[in-house]
Design a protein around this ligand. Structure first.
Ligand SMILES: NC(=O)c1ccc[n+]([C@@H]2O[C@H](COP(=O)([O-])OP(=O)(O)OC[C@H]3O[C@@H](n4cnc5c(N)ncnc54)[C@H](O)[C@@H]3O)[C@@H](O)[C@H]2O)c1
Ligand SMILES: [Zn+2]
Length: 359
């Protein structure tokens, strides 16, 4: 798999090209917020109100309208979507305006959906401020909100005009949320050896040139896959590695008898399960890597030890097909495939998984 090209410009900026019908560039660097220039006469900022004011202020100064959102996941509702649309309409923002998102993946999902739907679509610029928002949500064009019935049930594909990953914005991120992003970065390194991380990065590693390089490579993995499969008809399923069990654990952990798992924690567990399953399906065993990652991340405890219970959640997954559950598996480091797996195998893998994570 060839990652999308990364070209070095004036140090230390890197760019990743997303080669879709309307291509765009992801710029990775530091101090980008101050230099940012958006070539539209009317600009609105949609931002996470929980961000430090010092982060938001430089952008507020460059726009006519700033729309604050409730912090994090709580912004992803149809009500907040309608509120942001009305704020734009009240000021008669025209079709050739620009919307700029500043915040984590939740903010960019909401802001992207506002951009996709306002006047049937206006230009969208994304400035993710969380590591997960950078390596995952920033590329691919999926936008949307949640419903009481489930996550991400409403939305649209809407690609940004440009994405800016300013590493300086990560400095106010909590260690816990940073580690969540590391889970997706680690996943990209399993899917594509070009992005295999030489170590599990801590927040204190962010200023290093190595981190910038690895972040750009990680973004390039998603950019490459999305460029080849923009509408999730094939290869994009590889990005789902670890997410079948991961999503089930995440959902199950929201019940009152459990400790809520973050997405990244659930995915760290899910990746370990996926690699055990891959091995049982006749592929080499790489699960020592996912176990090492779990030991580093130290996620909260599993919400249940019952595979039967998790199966119910997996069957409800948005990505499950009517023809049955399919898993993304690893044939080799850097080589994924999607396959049906017998229930017996799934259960056997869960027993091994449970034994290794509770040992
Ligand atoms: N569109 C996609 O392709 C895609 C892919 C993956 C995830 N997502 C979505 O992204 C969301 C998860 O992303 P996330 O983890 O970034 O969630 P988030 O946006 O909820 O951010 C996590 C937390 O970090 C805080 N935060 C963000 N940046 C900060 C900063 N620089 N300083 C201090 N605090 C900061 C937020 O306020 C929030 O409390 C989910 O809604 C998920 O569905 C979308
Ligand atoms: Zn994920």
């Amino acid at each position: 798999m060839t990652p999308t090209q990364i070209t070095s410009q004036t140090n230390p900026v890197k760019t990743v090209e997303v080669t879709l019908e309307r291509p765009y560039t992801v710029t990775v660097g530091r101090g980008l917020l101050e230099q940012l220039e958006i070539p539209h006469s009317r600009r609105a900022l949609i931002y996470d109100s929980g961000l430090p004011e010092a982060l938001v202020a430089p952008l507020k100064a460059k726009v006519e309208l700033a729309i604050p959102l409730p912090s994090g996941e709580t912004c992803k509702t149809l009500e907040i979507h309608a509120y942001a649309l009305s704020e734009l309409a009240k000021l008669n923002f025209p079709r050739d305006c620009a919307l700029i998102s500043l915040g984590g993946g939740a903010t960019s999902d909401l802001a992207g959906y506002v951009a996709a739907s306002y006047l049937r679509g206006v230009d969208f610029y994304n400035i993710p401020t969380s590591l997960l928002g950078m390596v995952d949500a920033s590329v691919g064009g999926k936008t949307g909100v949640n419903l009481p019935e489930g996550k991400n049930l409403v939305g649209a594909f809407w690609q940004p005009r440009a994405v800016f990953l300013d590493l300086d914005t990560l400095s106010s991120l909590s260690e816990e949320v940073f580690k969540e992003g590391m889970a997706e970065m680690f996943k990209h390194g399993l899917i594509d050896v070009g992005a295999a991380i030489p170590k599990f990065y801590e927040k204190s590693d962010v200023p290093s040139p190595e981190f910038l390089e690895m972040l750009a490579r990680s973004v390039a993995v998603k950019a490459g896959i999305v460029s080849r499969d923009p509408f999730e008809q094939g290869e994009r399923a590889f990005l789902n590695l670890g997410h079948t069990l991961g999503h089930a654990l995440e959902s199950r952990s929201k019940k009152p008898d459990a400790v809520s798992l973050s997405h990244g924690e659930a995915i760290a567990y899910g990746l370990h399960y996926a690699l055990i399953l891959s091995h049982l399906e006749g592929n080499p065993d790489f699960s020592a890597q996912t176990l090492a990652f779990l030991k580093w991340m130290r996620p909260k405890p599993l919400p249940t030890h019952s595979f039967a219970e998790l199966l119910e959640y997996m069957a409800r997954d948005k990505k499950a097909l009517s023809s049955g559950l399919r898993f993304t598996l690893l044939r080799q480091l850097g080589e994924c495939y999607v396959s049906k797996v017998s229930l017996e195998r799934q259960t056997q893998a869960f027993d091994i998984f449970l034994h290794s994570v509770t040992a």
